[in-house]
Design a protein around this ligand. Structure first.
Ligand SMILES: NC(=O)C1=CN([C@@H]2O[C@H](COP(=O)(O)OP(=O)(O)OC[C@H]3O[C@@H](n4cnc5c(N)ncnc54)[C@H](OP(=O)(O)O)[C@@H]3O)[C@@H](O)[C@H]2O)C=CC1
Ligand SMILES: O=C(O)C1=N[C@H](C(=O)O)C[C@H](O)C1
Length: 272
């Protein structure tokens, strides 16, 4: 008899990523959809998640009781909001299932709680789950290491008009990679908001610029600008399925790992 397929729970089921993940999990023959979670009072709670999405029934009823579905599953994929993710991390640690976190906009207080939860369960967290962006972080680090501070580093990101956090999680990942390449701490050199008489750019700063508009899925440039030349590394996501693909891979990868916090570089086997 073959082993049962790992059961996957999706939180924030009605969201842009939630719906993409429900579709991806239910179409994947290496896993089964084990639950769909929405917040208390949401009008999807109590409905079949496939029907709530406007399609065929999937045999999974949306619940607001996360722990009840976590207890019967092997992984939860969570693209929601920082406060919700901290709560889910606590429940996932209780149920000892793998928690894949795509949520961005985390502050220190959220990260500390997630780190505590990772003592009891596997957590895979990344501001961007796509293969392309994770490769781009490695390239960014390498280019930043090769160039001196005469090359001004600017990270430019563009997203849809519903996005609530800025700079994006991906932009911050790329900024961290550039800072690592330079051998500095991003917190010491990040320039995140320019407006008015800002003074000239400080040598060594890593600047961030943010665009919000329409239905842009996610675009990121890392620019290295010097006198007489400019290098730009670019990633363009045109479909959210690239994020879902990485998240599903992470959920399977996490099944036999020891408790701890991991990222997509671990999942993709790209760590030196
Ligand atoms: N790491 C990656 O690769 C990617 C990360 N993201 C990140 O994922 C997150 C979600 O993005 P997106 O899908 O576009 O956002 P949406 O706003 O479309 O979806 C968020 C979902 O989470 C739900 N939610 C919020 N709080 C709770 C809660 N307490 N309990 C249950 N559900 C809750 C929302 O419900 P409600 O509508 O009721 O508020 C909503 O359904 C963002 O942080 C985004 O930056 C996005 C794409 C890729
Ligand atoms: O909110 C989004 O949409 C996205 N968020 C992530 C981020 O903050 O970088 C990843 C992706 O760019 C889409």
């Amino acid at each position: 008899m073959s082993a049962p397929l790992p059961g996957i729970v999706i939180t924030g089921a009605s969201g842009r990523m939630g719906q993409m993940l429900i579709r991806s999990v239910s179409e994947n023959d290496r896993m089964r959809l084990a639950g769909a979670v929405e917040r208390k009072g949401h009008d999807w709670v109590g409905r079949d998640v496939g029907e709530a999405m406007g399609g065929a029934a999937l045999g999974v009823t949306v619940t607001d009781d996360a722990l009840s579905v976590f207890a019967e599953a092997q992984a939860v994929i969570d693209f929601t909001a920082p406060a919700a993710t901290v709560e889910f991390a606590h429940l996932a640690a209780q149920a000892r299932l793998c928690h894949v976190i795509g949520t961005t906009g985390m502050e220190e207080q959220h990260l500390a709680k997630i780190q505590a939860a990772a003592r009891h369960a596997v957590i895979v967290r990344a501001g961007n789950m796509s293969l392309g962006v994770n490769l781009l972080t490695l390239l960014t680090e390498k280019v930043a290491r090769a160039l001196d501070a005469e090359y001004d580093i600017e990270v430019i990101e563009a997203h849809h008009n519903r996005k609530v956090d800025a700079p994006s999680g991906t932009a911050l990942m790329l900024g961290e990679a550039a800072a690592r390449g330079r051998g500095v701490a991003l917190a010491d050199v990040a320039d995140r908001g320019r407006d008015g008489i800002t003074g000239a750019r400080q040598t060594g700063d890593i600047g961030f610029a943010v665009i919000r508009g329409g239905d842009i899925v996610g675009e990121h440039d890392v620019m290295f600008a010097a006198a007489g030349e400019r290098i730009t590394l670019r990633h363009v996501a045109s479909d959210r399925s690239v994020f879902a693909r990485g998240a599903l891979k992470a959920a399977l990868w996490g099944q036999d790992k020891a408790p701890g916090e991991y990222d997509m570089i671990d999942v993709l086997g790209l760590r030196d």
